[in-house]
Design a protein around this ligand. Structure first.
Ligand code: SAH
Ligand code: SF4
Length: 416
């Protein structure tokens, strides 16, 4: 095995190749900021620096940051002209240097079950070349509404059962592009109750209540941008989605789990999917680098774990691969002592996938075993299959599906 440079926030582009398959991919592109950058996603400190850069005096900055923050994240302002508590002069100055741009929505699809998927366009590195696209999915339920957001175009890793994993990693998203997904959802849903004349919900009845970082990409391989973005999303004087309602899902980048706990502090979900290293090496190739024992040790040390604040272990149900009662038993044994929830995910098939979803009967048996062992084990029902929005099916049209593939997927959605 070739050695891989340790991953840290700045080395997320590192990669290693193995004779039997690439473990981690190198981004093909970098983000090139536009001449007029967007203020969306900047931390308060970075926003103050941006204001300093255009000559706002030190004495004024704190108050201006507070005002802009409120306009942007409480009222959803899309233009500086809307920020009526700022002087006309400052509005003009801001407008000459910055924008409030969110990622551009190129398509919106609404599933028969209410799930919405937005296809977002992000600029490529080279002017004039085809831009990139990522997806962002909104899943309303009776007691909550969850927004599933992406952290990368494509993915650093290549889990065998994941459609996104078959894509090359094109580039990391910036913090602005990550926060921008939440902004887009609130824009499209009219979820800005403080915006004058907004038709949206009254205060207390928000349309986006939870955020999960379970879209495209491995968030812990884009650590700094994800951290900065989630801290903006959780800010109580802004978008105000509390850290308990934000979940970051990782395939198990062990060295970054402690940092995620210390520097972000959101809820953690771990894509476990197998109870022994042999199988996990195959399903989640990153396991060869960070095997199960190391992963679970990092989970045990995740700060703030209590019975009310548990780690979610995701387990995709693959027919004849990891779905026996022996696996269920081993799973319970493995997680002993960790405040855990187990999330069984029926496998979402995609064209070319070599796995099948476990039979429903088997999923129920597995789930019952786990339940009897004391775990709540909700089975995550696939949502939005008719618009290709379910877990592991997020794949940008950077690599376009053929018409036939789309039809196959639709047929699959209709037949199950
Ligand atoms: N990269 C992160 C987050 C994105 S994937 C991670 O791997 O955790 C979000 C979840 O969807 C993960 O648990 C992933 O394993 C699961 N998933 C991927 N492909 C899937 C598929 N085809 N069917 C069901 N779940 C899938
Ligand atoms: Fe990447 Fe997660 Fe898919 Fe694995 S499951 S390839 S880490 S998006």
């Amino acid at each position: 095995m070739t050695t891989t440079p340790a991953h840290d926030a700045t080395a997320s582009a590192s990669h290693s190749a193995r004779a039997d398959g690439v473990l981690e991919k190198t981004p093909l592109e970098r983000y090139v900021p536009p001449a007029k950058p967007s203020l969306v996603g900047l931390s308060r400190a970075a926003l103050a620096d941006a204001l300093a850069g255009i000559g706002v005096s030190a004495g004024q900055r704190r108050m201006r940051v507070q005002q802009i923050w409120n306009w942007l994240y409480v009222r959803g302002a899309e233009h500086f002209a809307d920020m009526t508590s700022l002087s006309k002069e400052l509005r003009g100055l801001l407008d000459r240097h910055f924008t409030l741009a969110r990622p551009e929505v190129v398509a919106e699809q609404v599933s028969s079950d209410g799930t919405r998927k937005w296809l977002l366009r992000l600029p490529g590195e080279h002017a004039g070349e085809r831009p990139h696209e990522v997806e962002c999915v909104y899943i309303p339920e009776t007691d909550r509404a969850t927004l599933c957001i992406s952290s990368q175009v494509g993915c650093t890793l290549n889990c065998r059962f994941c459609h996104t994993g078959t894509q090359r990693l094109v580039r990391n998203l910036t913090a602005g592009e990550i926060v921008g997904q939440v902004m887009v959802a609130r824009d499209r849903l009219g979820d800005w109750p403080h915006r004058a004349a907004a038709p949206g919900p009254s205060e207390g009845a928000r349309l986006v209540t939870n955020v999960v970082m379970m879209g495209m990409g491995e968030p812990l391989y884009n650590f700094e941008a994800v951290r900065d973005a989630l801290l903006v999303v959780a800010d109580g004087e802004g978008l105000a989605i509390s850290k308990r309602k934000i979940t970051l899902s990782t395939s198990g980048v062990v060295p970054m789990i402690a940092r995620a706990g210390a520097e972000i502090g959101v809820m953690l979900a771990v894509s476990l999917h197998a109870v022994n290293d042999e199988l996990r090496n195959e399903l989640v190739p990153l396991n060869r680098k960070y095997p199960i024992a190391q992963l679970l040790e990092a989970c045990r040390n995740y700060p703030g774990l209590t019975n009310a604040r548990r780690i979610t272990f995701e387990y995709v149900m693959l027919k004849g691969v990891n779905d026996s009662l022996k696996d269920a038993k081993a799973l319970v044994k493995l997680l002993k002592g960790i405040p855990a929830k187990i999330n069984l995910i029926p496998f979402n098939p995609w064209p070319g996938a070599t796995y099948e979803c476990s039979d429903w009967e088997q999923i129920e048996k597995f789930s019952e075993f786990i339940f009897n062992a004391g775990y709540s084990s909700p089975v995550r029902t696939p949502r939005g299959r008719d618009i290709l929005a379910a877990c592991g099916q997020l794949k940008s049209v950077t690599e376009k599906l053929s018409a036939r593939e789309r039809m196959t997927l639709r047929a699959m959605a209709l037949t199950d």
